[in-house]
Design a protein around this ligand. Structure first.
Ligand code: GLU
Length: 303
């Protein structure tokens, strides 16, 4: 497979959709990103990376971080996180409170904000510094020691963080947090504010395509946990549109409101696409179209 040629064709087809949708505006620091950006990168299971467009420009990973913090928790302890967070699609928006009350403070899945707060809480208990542990992991797996937090984004998240604070307090009231709420939300905001490029994310997500093996060949996750993570990404990774995304693209994926989407072809490669214009559900319009073209051109979906 000539990956470079495939990515170029995918980019040509998706580019007319760049500027469609809306750039995330819930915090001022994200609103300033140019809607003209488009990049796509692919890292094969041997670590070779290919890219097109703005594939080396860093952007805010936002909710994509939720997949990586889950992987770090699963790497450190077997299955206990699943007692505190479910793995069903929610049918509610990513920051919704209503279901939490019905379900006694147990979030439906780890990719809702509530679920990610529980995962960050556990990572904080396991490491003593959840956001730094995540940043170190991202640096190592991407091979880019320069990765860092975007201070402006982290500050803005905290300033506009009432909803996340509410989710955390609500879960704490059900006994589903181990650490104080202020520390959990702070680490969560830092984790969302990590800046990475498509190249960095496609490379860092390689373990999901390698059935749990890290870039250096050592094992991060049991193969069964890599399979399970991919399954939860497929069913819950693209906000309230995971059904539509599976229908169109057919790959496990995790999106973020920074406009990035990481997608996995198990056994072959990991992709990351970025374009900031979001659809009404929070997924990149041009990014989802690019992945749709990719699986159509290559025939590589999980179905
Ligand atoms: N930082 C965002 C929030 O917690 C998450 C954004 C996302 O879904 O990508 O509201």
């Amino acid at each position: 497979m000539d990956y470079q040629a495939v990515l170029e064709e995918v980019a040509d087809r998706a580019r007319p959709l760049v500027r469609q949708g809306r750039v995330a505006d819930y915090i001022p620091a994200l609103e300033r990103v140019s809607p003209d950006r488009f990049g796509i990168a692919l890292t094969d299971i041997h670590g070779e990376t290919y890219g097109v467009g703005d594939w080396e420009v860093p952007f805010s990973v936002q909710s994509i971080s939720k997949a990586f913090s889950l992987a770090l928790v699963l790497a450190q302890e077997d299955q206990s996180i699943w007692k505190r967070v479910g793995r069903e699609p929610s049918g509610t928006p990513f920051n919704s409170l209503v279901q939490l009350e019905w379900e006694q403070g147990i979030p439906r899945n780890p990719f809702l904000n509530s679920g990610a707060l529980v995962v960050t809480d556990r990572l904080q208990t396991l490491t003593g510094d959840a956001s730094t542990a995540l940043l170190d992991f991202m640096r190592e797996e991407s091979g880019n020691p320069e990765l860092s937090f975007d201070q402006a984004v982290a500050g803005s998240e905290a300033e506009h963080g009432n909803r996340n604070a509410a989710l955390a307090h609500f879960m704490a009231s059900f006994g589903n947090l181990e650490n104080p709420v202020p520390s959990v939300i702070e680490h969560y905001f830092w984790q969302c504010s990590i800046e990475m490029s498509c190249r960095d994310l496609a490379t860092a997500g390689g373990f999901l395509a390698r059935h749990g093996l890290r870039a250096d060949g050592t094992r991060l996750l049991h193969a069964r946990d890599a399979k399970r993570m991919n399954a939860v990404m497929l069913t819950c990774g693209t906000y309230d549109a995971a059904g539509e995304f599976a229908y169109r693209v057919g790959l496990p994926a995790k999106s973020g409101v920074g406009g990035g989407i990481v997608a996995v072809v198990p056994g072959r490669c990991t992709l990351c696409v970025w374009s900031p214009g979001l659809d009404a559900r929070g997924n990149s319009v041009a990014g989802a179209a690019a992945l749709d073209h990719f699986t159509t051109l290559t025939g590589w979906s999980v179905f």
